[in-house]
Design a protein around this ligand. Structure first.
Ligand code: HMG
Ligand code: MG
Length: 302
């Protein structure tokens, strides 16, 4: 299959990137991160979670973050909403898109959201209906699509089954997520080729954590399977609190550099993203996890 001319990047660092940080990051820094990202051209920024602050304390200030940002016209600001309580918070905070997040693995579903896959779908039903009634976009994220920290390999049929259920709930977009980054290119092809049989490829996103360094190869495999939406995190920030050892999402800078080489448009200013990556890494007191970000920053420093 030929590669697309253009892809959409969903920048997830303000949510997936920061949710696992032990030290509380100030609301002001979160707002500055989101504002700088949307100014750099990202049309979709996953900005906060409306989840239990006991479960994920770092995301406790979601409402203040959402009400403090400077909205760029046309940019979609997404938030995670596991239940109606989360949805109500998201609606009051003027979110554009709500994300229901389930799993293709029973064991992970229990650890992450404290219920079975079937129970999670039942919980999502009113959230999905309310999102549609309020005219918000709805996205469904399928964790452990390429492996589970508790169960090992995930059967492809389980991923397809959750995708079908998310589609039935009215999801505008569905994320095939490699929560722990164990997937490799061949498996990504198989999973994407199976999911695209039930969901239109224009509505599927690849969400790859880079724990095993496979993300760029996996993105290429997904592109070849017709996928044109990818989730990335500046400086490779991130990790899931319920997936021990999993590192951040694939670094945005690395993906932008690769797309540039492939001649695929993203609408995002790589130079600006390199600066944002260096700034937020400096703020967190660590080196960027982006190889391209590091190399380009060194070149700039001359
Ligand atoms: P629960 O304990 O089963 O539910 O949690 P509950 O209804 O019994 O509520 C427990 C407490 O949480 C109560 O407070 C509720 O009021 C409160 P208490 O009475 O104990 O003081 N509560 C809430 N507070 C604020 N906002 C809410 C909310 N709901 C309940 N929306 C629940 C179920 C889903 C809430 C919980 O398990 C939870 O919040 N989990 C967090 C999951 C999470 O955020 N995980 C990380 C994000 S997912 C991810 O990273 C994967 C992804 O990136 C894709 C990938 O890589 O795979 C998306
Ligand atoms: Mg994730």
């Amino acid at each position: 299959m030929s590669l697309p001319d253009r892809i959409k990047i969903v920048e997830v660092s303000p949510r997936d990137g920061l949710q696992n940080e032990k030290e509380f990051i100030s609301t002001q820094i979160k707002i500055e991160l989101i504002d700088r990202l949307s100014a750099a051209g990202f049309q979709n920024v996953e900005s906060a979670s409306f989840v239990s602050p006991k479960w994920v304390p770092q995301m406790a200030d979601g409402a203040d973050v959402m009400l403090g940002i400077q909205r760029q016209p046309g940019t979609i600001y997404s938030v995670l909403t596991p239940n109606m309580r989360g949805f109500e918070g998201a609606l009051a905070a003027q979110s554009d898109e709500v994300v229901i997040f389930g799993s293709a693995s029973e064991a992970f579903s229990q650890k992450n959201i404290n219920c079975s896959i079937a129970e999670s779908i039942a919980r999502f039903e009113p959230v999905a209906a309310a999102a549609k009634a309020a005219g918000l976009r709805l996205r469904g994220s399928i964790s452990c699509s390429l492996g589970c920290p508790y169960q090992g390999e995930t059967p492809i049929e389980s991923v397809v089954d959750v995708a079908r259920r998310f589609l039935a709930l009215g999801c505008d977009e569905i994320d095939v997520a490699d929560t722990i980054g164990t997937g490799t290119a061949k498996r990504v092809s198989q999973v994407m080729n199976a999911v695209t049989k039930v969901v239109d490829p224009t509505r599927i996103a690849g969400h790859f954590h880079d724990t095993y360094g496979q993300s760029l190869a996996n993105i290429l495999a997904a592109l070849e399977a017709g996928i044109s939406i990818f989730h990335t995190s500046v400086a490779g920030l991130g990790g899931c609190p319920y997936a021990k050892g999993a590192t951040g999402n694939v670094a945005t800078e690395d993906v932008l550099y690769m797309m540039d080489g492939l001649g695929i448009e993203t609408g995002i200013d790589l130079n600006e993203v390199v600066d944002i990556g260096m700034w937020i890494s400096g703020h967190l007191g660590r080196k960027t996890a982006s190889r391209a970000g590091n190399a380009l920053a060194a070149r700039k420093a001359g």
